[in-house]
Design a protein around this ligand. Structure first.
Ligand code: NAD
Length: 261
């Protein structure tokens, strides 16, 4: 109920988990700003599909999550066109898999930039409006890798542990303003991000791609099943609702039991 008529900005929502978030918020009656890279015609088709499927308004921001001014512009777009940025979901992310001694330095910088600094910049831009309206929901897509490490993912694990810290600090700073800030920590979710890392993981570990899926990815997940994007989106919808108003500064695992081991 509380989401209807609100405005959700979801970074990295042209694909995977982000697209599922945007569609789930739209299904609850929120207007949405989608963002991310990709083919312009395909993005426009997704944007239009959100409007026609759910009867809400959807805008696309082409903000690059490596550019501070573009990130602030994305929040501004929501405020100018829809009147607010009520729900901010920091979700854009990339992955590079490599042993630390060969880890590409610009790859490290891009992961820290997109997976961590972009969230700081978007939160920085969105919080003044949320404070003024005395309502806000900030949801950061972290990862099981915000809580535990895995070999060959130094930048990603560092960025996601950083997101965990950022989530806690923002929750504390905004707690008396009707704003919550939480992190969702998925295990392996079947999306293009996971699919693309399989060849490099196979190379780094000297395995076949099938072995990577079975013995590396799903080996970490006691359920032996990938999490679905819809399940992750349903958790975000709950966190955005009024029943979650006392849930803040928390890491929400949705990982088939991964970090319980
Ligand atoms: P994905 O590759 O399907 O989606 C990533 C999104 O980020 C895309 O929309 C892409 O265009 C966007 N993006 C990338 N670089 C960008 C940039 N510079 N500027 C703007 N947008 C950019 O991946 P996904 O699996 O849906 O991942 C979404 C989030 O979930 C990421 O933060 C990822 O770390 C996290 N996550 C994924 C899994 C998983 O198993 N798939 C598990 C835990 C956490």
């Amino acid at each position: 109920m509380s989401i209807k008529g609100k405005v959700a900005v979801v970074t990295g929502s042209t694909s995977g988990i982000g697209l599922a978030y945007a569609r789930a918020f739209a299904a609850e009656g929120a207007n949405v700003v989608i963002n991310g890279l990709g083919d312009a015609a395909a993005i426009e088709a997704e944007r239009a599909r959100i409007e026609s499927d759910f009867g809400v308004k959807a805008l696309y921001s082409d903000a690059n999550m490596l550019k501070a001014d573009e990130i602030a512009g994305m929040v501004k777009l929501a405020e100018t066109e829809f009147g607010a940025c009520d729900i901010l979901v920091n979700n854009a992310g990339i992955q590079i898999v490599s042993p630390i001694e060969d880890f590409p330095i610009d790859g490290w910088n891009n992961i820290i930039g997109i997976n961590l600094t972009a969230a700081f910049l978007a939160i920085r831009a969105a919080v003044p409006g949320m404070k003024a309206r005395k309502w806000g929901r900030i949801i950061n897509t972290a990862s099981a890798h915000a809580l535990v490490g895995s070999p060959f993912k130094s930048a990603y694990v560092a960025a996601k542990h950083g997101i965990a810290g950022l989530t806690k600090v923002v929750a504390l700073e905004t707690a008396t303003f009707g704003i919550t800030c939480n992190a969702i920590c998925p295990g392996y979710v079947w999306t293009p991000l996971v699919e693309k890392q399989i060849p490099d993981t196979a190379k780094a570990r000297g395995m076949t791609e099938e072995q990577v899926k079975k013995d590396v990815l799903l080996a970490a997940q006691p359920t032996k099943e990938f999490v679905t994007v819809e399940e992750v989106a349903a958790l975000a919808v709950f966190l955005a609702g009024d029943n979650a108003r006392s849930i803040t500064g928390a890491m929400h695992q949705i990982d088939g039991g991964w970090v319980a081991e």
